[in-house]
Design a protein around this ligand. Structure first.
Ligand SMILES: Cc1cc2nc3c(=O)[nH]c(=O)nc-3n(C[C@H](O)[C@H](O)[C@H](O)COP(=O)(O)OP(=O)(O)OC[C@H]3O[C@@H](n4cnc5c(N)ncnc54)[C@H](O)[C@@H]3O)c2cc1C
Length: 411
């Protein structure tokens, strides 16, 4: 960094949530925003994501958060930026009566939230996703406006749009500390190219992915989120796979899939999750996320019953990263209790790409004090009270959220 070290808002972390926050702040007229990223932009967990963007959510606010992302994608594309979004539509399959009941309820609720969602039978599934052998006895949910985004491309589009509006990005810039005086955040201390410098700021937003809690602890605040490893695999191209193949979620197989350069990208939610305490692993980088092919070996046969064509394609690659989870599956966005002017944007629960627009907007509104467009209550950082300080409880609860990701939603 050169020149004056001062910004109205300093954002710690240049992943998709930091970039989306910068974009929404700049769009709200706060152009004096400085994003501080210790590596390259969007090189950590964001670059590893499958990028599914689905609106069938368990609450109106979650659905609206994703709706904001789709609105942002439209706005970014209207500016001539490439969003990397493919509107393939998405299917959610039921393999048992209880799941069918859940999907029926979800579709009804989604329509109430204004989402285009419908129930389709086996013949429609076969037409929409040739090669998919869904059970004939249960309908599937079909959301034509869903799809997936190439995550790095979407995150870069947010950063480019924020830059056009005046935001500044400093890469290779490690935030060492949050500067707090008289109960208020005053800025951050950084190290870039071996030089330590203070940056003055009226507000600080911590959007540091898996490291968010570590940095917040330096300001003596607790963030109720914990990182859990998540992996996805990519198959070789398959002749039978149509370019229009949609995103497919098979919760009864703990699985999702979507097209990836002629093949499929497959992800599974593990029942024995691997939490990753980055605070206890100095120098941990997302590139070093431990990978476990046994997860693929254990889950792939169940998925092949639904997608028999998978049997002919070798797995040729994969991704892994450390998204953050929360005890209740909601994001953690807004003002951190105890330190005025200190904000947080994390707890993506494996949908930080899908939720990037809503989270960016919500944190921008919290920083500027604008009326909230999205109900901030379910995302409030202080909602767990003193339990947020109990690191053991937070970890176990967050691993539980991961392990039960595709459990039936009980009402
Ligand atoms: C295999 C896999 C599949 C996924 N699939 C999906 C999906 O289908 N849909 C979806 O919506 N989401 C998905 N996700 C989740 C998604 O990747 C995350 O929700 C999202 O990337 C979180 O973004 P972030 O900005 O919070 O974190 P990150 O991308 O990790 O960014 C945080 C940034 O903070 C920086 N940082 C940390 N500490 C400091 C410091 N002290 N100083 C400066 N910078 C710092 C880091 O270098 C990093 O760049 C998936 C994730 C994985 C791993």
């Amino acid at each position: 960094m050169s020149g004056e070290h001062r910004a109205r808002v300093a954002i710690v972390g240049g992943g998709i949530l930091g970039c989306a926050a910068a974009y929404h702040l700049a769009r709200a007229g706060v152009s004096d925003v400085l994003v501080l990223e210790r590596d390259e932009l969007n090189a950590a967990t964001t670059s590893q994501a499958a990028g599914l963007i689905g609106q069938l959510r368990t609450s109106a606010v979650k659905s609206a958060i994703v709706g904001q992302t789709l609105a942002d994608i439209a706005a970014l594309e209207a500016e001539g930026l490439v969003s990397g979004f493919k509107r393939t539509g998405s299917l959610r399959l039921a393999l048992r009566p209880e799941r069918e009941a859940e999907i029926r309820e979800q579709v009804t609720a989604a329509r109430r939230f204004g989402v285009d969602a419908t129930l389709v039978g086996a013949a429609d599934v076969a037409r929409l996703a040739p090669g998919l052998e869904a059970p004939k006895e249960h309908p599937a949910a079909w959301m034509p406006n869903d799809g997936y985004a190439e995550p790095y491309t979407l995150a870069t589009a947010y950063a480019s749009a924020a830059r056009r509006l005046g935001a500044t990005f400093a890469t290779g810039c490690d935030v060492l500390d949050i500067r707090v005086a008289d109960g208020r955040a005053r800025g951050v201390t950084t190290r870039q190219a071996g030089m330590v410098a203070d940056v003055e700021a009226e507000a600080v937003v911590i959007a540091a992915g898996a490291w968010t809690s570590v940095i917040a602890a330096r300001a003596r605040t607790a963030v109720p989120a914990f990182a859990v490893r998540h992996q996805a695999w990519v198959t070789a191209p398959m002749d039978w796979l149509a370019p229009t193949f949609p995103v497919v979620r098979v919760p009864d197989r703990l699985a999702y899939l979507r097209p990836e350069v002629g093949g499929l990208m497959l992800g599974f939610f593990e029942t024995t999750p691997l939490g990753v305490d980055v605070g206890a692993r100095a120098g941990f980088s997302v590139a070093a996320t431990p990978r476990d092919r046994d997860v693929l070996t254990a889950h792939a046969p169940g998925l092949m019953e639904i997608v028999p064509g998978l049997a002919e394609a070798p797995v040729v690659g994969g991704t892994a990263g450390v998204p953050t989870y929360t005890p209740d599956g909601h994001f953690v966005v807004g003002a951190l209790p105890g330190v005025a002017g200190l904000f947080v944007a994390t707890g993506c629960c494996a949908h930080g790409i899908a939720g990037s627009g809503g989270v960016g907007r919500a944190v921008a509104e919290a920083v500027t004090g604008a009326a909230a467009t999205l109900d901030p209550t379910p995302m409030a950082p202080g909602r767990f009270g003193a339990r947020a300080w109990d690191a053991g409880w937070v970890r176990v609860a967050c691993e539980g959220t991961y392990a039960h990701y595709y459990d039936l939603v009980r009402r």
